[in-house]
Design a protein around this ligand. Structure first.
Ligand SMILES: NC(=O)c1ccc[n+]([C@@H]2O[C@H](COP(=O)([O-])OP(=O)(O)OC[C@H]3O[C@@H](n4cnc5c(N)ncnc54)[C@H](O)[C@@H]3O)[C@@H](O)[C@H]2O)c1
Length: 415
């Protein structure tokens, strides 16, 4: 039998191995093991095919060994389900053991509500809060989130999951509210702009009302988009922004701005204890691969062996923070005394061209480690920024369509 696969190691910028995430600072400890966290997202729902008659014992052992590379000795925290090709069915299993959570004295254990807890950011926050030993309730309508992101906690005595839309009031006793519920990527928030702004306004109003009644501390995840199309770089928290209230992104940007206004209204008028995190671009496991953002686009293209598309000459700069760092920031902010808005992001900027090359290199490295080979090296191609062209093409198509249907005003065609 071949030697066991080497464990996955993560190194920091100076080459030192990272084994934990979180920190012990400000008299507050939110440090947890990276391996345990990883075992929750790298392969949480491992599906294996039932051994066919011609499968050998070696095949099964190899499959187990490949899987062990991801579980790093924590296989009990994963559900291994079995696919039966003959009957086209699947036998789901549940965890045999939950990951160990910290034993916290009742005086320090918090009852925490996380709205949007089944989404990308929310699910990582839930993992961390659970491992730290708190009682966590996830409230989500599963519009962009999914039950599978937190299903490894279902059944744990400290965990509850509720399907609920924040636009409707919700009552629960709690000590802290992390209010994340809101679609965050442009295709999702533009899908139903009215619903997005309702979620930002009414959802935040309902959750602030709950915080006022229960005297819970309230943290809202706002966004760097409140600065709009900024005229100041970098943006500090006291910059008021340069925004467009009627553009296609306004439902999100203005929604978050009004949510911040409401938050400070409750703070000043009703003494609600508030925290405001303005989050900048974040990436990491469980982000939606089709959310149309540059990180996911590059990774998906490189994995598929397709050319990676950079719009413009690639010299424009961006910064991205990793999800574990954002989680640290959210927990630190919630447990700090800072009631003013706080930017959470990464100050190191990359050019998009450099970033494309970095993604290509990492994808190649991972594929090599996993024994996968793309037929050819992926190219990075540069295309002109499409904004104006697209608009003109769309306009021409619209006019052509109206002329051909004999309805130049197009009125009856508006939806
Ligand atoms: N990911 C980022 O880079 C980023 C950047 C800035 C701000 N944020 C903010 O962080 C929060 C989380 O973002 P994310 O990236 O995890 O997005 P996401 O879409 O993955 O998660 C949002 C979650 O909220 C839920 N939700 C949406 N509308 C709801 C409603 N009406 N009622 C109940 N649940 C609802 C979704 O089902 C999903 O689980 C959002 O408030 C977002 O604005 C994220």
């Amino acid at each position: 039998m071949s030697a066991p696969a080497p464990p996955i190691r993560t190194l920091d910028k100076s080459g030192n191995e990272i084994t934990t995430v979180g920190f012990q600072r400000f008299g507050f400890d939110c440090e947890v093991s990276l391996d345990v966290l990883r075992s929750l997202y790298l392969r949480p729902h491992y599906v294996t095919t039932v051994a066919s008659s011609d499968a050998t014992v070696e095949d099964d052992a190899k499959e187990e060994q490949d899987h062990a590379k991801f579980t790093q000795g924590h296989a009990a925290y994963q559900s291994k389900s079995i696919y039966h090709p003959d009957s086209q069915s699947i036998s789901y299993t549940t965890l045999s053991r939950f990951p160990p959570v910290r034993l916290v004295p009742p005086s320090k254990r918090k009852r925490i509500l996380v709205t949007g807890g089944a989404g990308f950011v929310g699910s990582h926050l839930v993992d961390r809060l659970m491992l730290l030993g708190h009682e966590v309730t996830v409230l989500d309508n599963f519009f962009t989130g999914s039950k599978t992101t937190v299903s490894h906690w279902v059944g744990h005595p400290n965990f509850e999951m509720v399907r609920h839309d924040v636009v409707e009031p919700f009552m629960i006793e709690c000590d802290q509210i992390y209010h994340l519920a809101c679609p965050a990527s442009p295709p999702h928030y533009q899908f139903n702009a009215v619903k997005t702004i309702k979620t930002s306004f009414m959802g935040t109003l309902n959750m602030l009302g709950l915080a006022k009644r229960t005297k819970a501390r309230f943290l809202i995840t706002s966004t760097s988009e409140v600065y709009g199309d900024p005229e100041v770089h970098p943006q500090h928290e006291d910059y008021w922004g340069h925004v467009n209230p009627i553009g296609p992104r306004a439902c999100y940007d203005e929604g978050k701005r009004v949510a911040e206004t409401l938050t400070y209204g409750f703070h000043r008028q009703d003494a609600v204890d508030v925290r405001v995190a303005r989050i900048f671009n974040t990436y990491g496991p469980r982000m939606n691969p089709y959310d149309g953002r540059v990180v996911s686009n590059f990774i998906v293209q490189a994995l598929r062996g397709e050319d990676m598309t950079v719009y413009g000459d690639g010299s424009q700069t961006r910064s991205f923070q990793y999800i574990h760092d954002l989680t640290d920031g959210l927990i630190a902010l919630m447990n700090s005394d800072e009631t003013r808005p706080v930017n959470l992001g990464n100050s190191d900027e990359f050019t998009i061209g450099e970033f494309a090359e970095l993604v290509r290199d990492i994808v190649e490295k991972v594929q090599e480690e996993d024994g996968v080979k793309n037929a050819r090296r992926v190219n990075i191609i540069y295309k002109p920024i499409l904004r104006m062209t697209l608009k003109s093409v769309d306009l021409i198509r619209l006019v052509l369509n109206r002329l051909s249907t004999g309805n130049p005003s197009g009125r009856s065609g508006w939806v």
